[in-house]
Design a protein around this ligand. Structure first.
Ligand code: GLA
Length: 679
């Protein structure tokens, strides 16, 4: 499904700030777009003071002129609402508009995303601004999408937000007795006797009540969701049929992006990976594949948009290392491989002053079209043009991996079982790598999504089981699904209260085990694990367990592997339990890629999971698929610094960009990428 009804090509372009330039420059900058194979600009992201220089006085002609220039050349505009940076006059006249970071003391004016998400006046002003913009430009021929605000960031901790939080808690818990019980506030005399006693967590305030933290973040995510809704209402009214999005930042911890995504027509994301051609780049590549699959999963497999990446370097990075030749092409194609229908940049034209004057741009401060960067962008533009048949295609995944924001907050808020080595997100990515390296597509979903369409559900460290999740997992397995859970799963309910049964709580019967204790090893220690001879998965060999070693007892599950060291040598480390028509596995220890490759390799074969190609892939190479019932495209990407050859076996394919037919094997240069059309 296409995300932009008015567009039948990949969007290629970037943020442009005409308000930073004299008007005579606009035509010149827009004239250069075609040479770069660029067809879209995002306008107005931080333009409030140019759109409403004083309260109630709207000055939008300049924006109209730029949109007309784009339309005249057949280019597209993504129009941003300017709420990410309120103007100085507003902060001065209405100081409550300013955000309060953790601790609750209001910021002064400046920076960006420096507004209070709950303040009614700001919501009204944003709605009024969006009404003006949508009335004026909502049906403009250049307009293809609305870009709500920019990179929503962090909760606001001001007194307005605190009061809204109390109201939200009243609605959620009904009574203080219920809240006190759910949060176990009798601990350290934290019992609340009046709603007014509840404050935002953090700073010099409450830091020892995990349920408060988790609920504060739930509430704050909801505030941002309703902030977006408030922005979108006038747009939908005056600009019907033009989809809305906002730019997300991957797995950004403070906000539950599922809540934000639900308000949007399509999801978009800003990606700034450290693609520096060092050995670690492989892991950064895998992390980004994971995040891109998350973007795809927000809208159940529909395409999304890469809204920003840098054409060369990003000035906020500790080192502004330039992207080596062709690295940008790899990063762009990677986003498309995982479902993006665009490659957009921050920024089209470098500004002459301000904090981002050294940030990479397609046009540098001189506006030259002869730079290395400009030429590489033009090449990506050519590729994207040839890739039009990929537009709108989806990815079918047999596997879902759970990455759950609420669970992450709860894990991070908990005091124990290790301070710095909980590593929830890296653990999810480590399991994901087991599939990435086999060319098996994965959806990345939260625990409340539907599991029904998957063959395999991977559940790393699902410490918090939200209501109904255990029951749905059980039903999934009973009906024939396969589930893999790990250590530190099934410990607490949605209020961070421990389950009153053995771990993994309500999942224990399905997994056929009980987890009595978990040993946490120091970073320089490990325990041994070995496969049991003749185990039903065919696992062989031994591995290292680091940090987490769950001590488990089988309650009917087959033991596939056991510990070989520590006082728990001989006890189960990996188990398999037949349950209903399905199977539930438990991995009791933190494993490395050698274990994940072996374990998920065996499982993939046993379950007949669809691989992009049958032959094993060279190290550092992945293959991702976009398809529909008729067309199938393979994206072969090499994230290693050595060349690689990929055998296609019986696949009959044509190289999409070069047009070469009957390809039997693909040579990938270091960091190379090829796209194949499969017949
Ligand atoms: C973010 C923002 C942009 C810009 C870039 C710089 O993604 O959305 O406005 O600041 O970072 O990398």
């Amino acid at each position: 499904m296409k995300i932009l009804p008015k567009v039948s090509r990949f969007l290629h372009g970037g943020d442009y700030s005409p308000e930073q330039w004299p008007s005579k420059q606009w035509r010149e900058d827009i004239d250069k777009m075609e040479q770069a194979g660029v067809n879209a600009l995002t306008l107005g992201v931080f333009a409030w003071s140019a759109l409403e220089p004083e309260e109630g006085v709207y000055t939008m002609d300049w924006l109209g002129e730029v949109m007309d220039l784009l339309a005249a050349r057949g280019h597209h505009a993504i129009l941003a609402t300017p709420s990410a940076a309120q103007p100085a006059w507003m902060s001065k006249a209405y100081p409550q508009v300013l955000r309060s970071p953790i601790g609750g003391q209001r910021n002064r004016h400046g920076m960006r995303v420096n507004f209070c998400v709950s303040y009614p006046y700001y919501r009204q002003k944003v709605a009024a601004m969006n009404t003006e913009l949508a009335r004026r430009f909502g049906k403009h021929p250049a307009l293809v999408a609305w870009h709500i605000s920019n990179e929503f960031f962090d909760p606001c901790y001001c007194s307005n937000c605190e009061e809204a939080f109390r109201q939200w808690l009243r609605a959620r818990y009904g009574s203080l007795d219920q809240l006190n019980h759910s949060w176990n506030t009798a601990f350290w005399s934290h019992t609340f006797t009046d709603w007014s006693q509840i404050e935002a967590p953090g700073g010099t305030g409450e830091n020892s009540c995990e349920a408060l933290w988790v609920n504060w973040k739930r509430f704050s995510s909801g505030q941002y969701a309703s902030f977006i809704r408030n922005e979108v209402i006038p747009i939908r009214k005056h600009s019907p049929g033009i989809p809305v999005t906002t730019n997300l930042m991957g797995t950004h911890e403070p906000l539950d992006y599922w809540r934000l995504a639900a308000e949007l027509d399509f999801v978009s994301m800003d990606a700034y990976p450290f693609y520096d051609c060092r050995p670690e780049m492989l892991d950064h590549g895998i992390e980004h594949s994971f995040v891109f699959d998350l973007m795809r999963s927000f809208k159940r497999g529909n395409p999304w948009a890469l809204m920003e990446c840098t054409p060369s370097s990003a000035n906020w990075m500790p080192f502004m290392k330039l992207k080596r030749p062709q690295i940008h092409r790899l990063g762009s194609m990677q986003a498309v491989a995982h479902g993006s229908d665009s490659v957009m940049y921050f920024q089209w034209r470098q500004g002459m002053g301000g904090r981002e004057k050294f940030h990479g741009a397609v046009l540098d401060h001189t506006g030259s079209t002869q730079t290395r960067v400009f030429k590489e962008i033009a090449e990506v533009g050519e590729w994207l043009q040839k890739m039009t048949p990929v537009l709108g295609l989806r990815t079918k995944a047999d596997v879902a991996l759970l990455y759950d924001w609420e669970n992450r907050w709860a894990i991070e808020a908990a005091c124990g079982p290790t301070k710095d080595y909980k590593q929830y997100v890296p653990t999810c990515v480590a399991h994901y790598k087991g599939f990435w390296s086999q060319g098996i597509s994965v959806d990345v979903i939260q625990s409340t999504e539907d599991f029904g369409s998957y063959k395999l559900l991977v559940v790393p460290m699902l410490y918090m089981l939200r209501p109904g999740v255990a029951e749905r997992m059980e039903a999934f397995v009973r009906d024939g699904g396969t589930l893999v859970a790990t250590y530190w799963t099934g410990l607490v309910d949605e209020d961070d209260r421990l389950f009153d049964t053995s771990f993994p709580g309500p999942l224990a019967p399905m997994l056929g085990i009980e987890n009595e204790e978990t040993d946490i090893l120091y970073p320089d220690e490990h325990a041994g694990v070995e496969a049991l001879p003749g185990n039903s998965l065919g696992l062989e060999g031994g591995w290292k367990a680091t940090t987490f070693c769950a001590l488990i007892e089988s309650k009917g599950a087959e033991v596939l592997a056991r510990y070989t060291s520590e006082f728990y040598a001989g006890s189960p480390a990996v188990t398999r339990n037949l349950y209903g028509k399905g199977t539930a596995y438990y991995i009791g220890f933190r494993a490395g890629h050698d274990f994940h490759a072996a374990f998920y390799g065996k499982l993939a074969t046993q379950l007949g999971l669809q691989r992009a190609l049958e032959a094993p892939l060279p190290e550092g190479v992945t293959v991702q698929v976009r398809e529909d019932g008729e067309s199938r495209f393979l994206f072969l990407m090499n994230f290693s610094g050595v060349e690689a050859v990929v055998e296609l076996g019986s696949v009959n394919a044509t190289e999409l960009v070069s047009g070469q037919a009957n390809v039997k094997q693909v040579y990938l240069e270091p960091y190379g990428v090829e796209i194949l059309r499969v017949h």
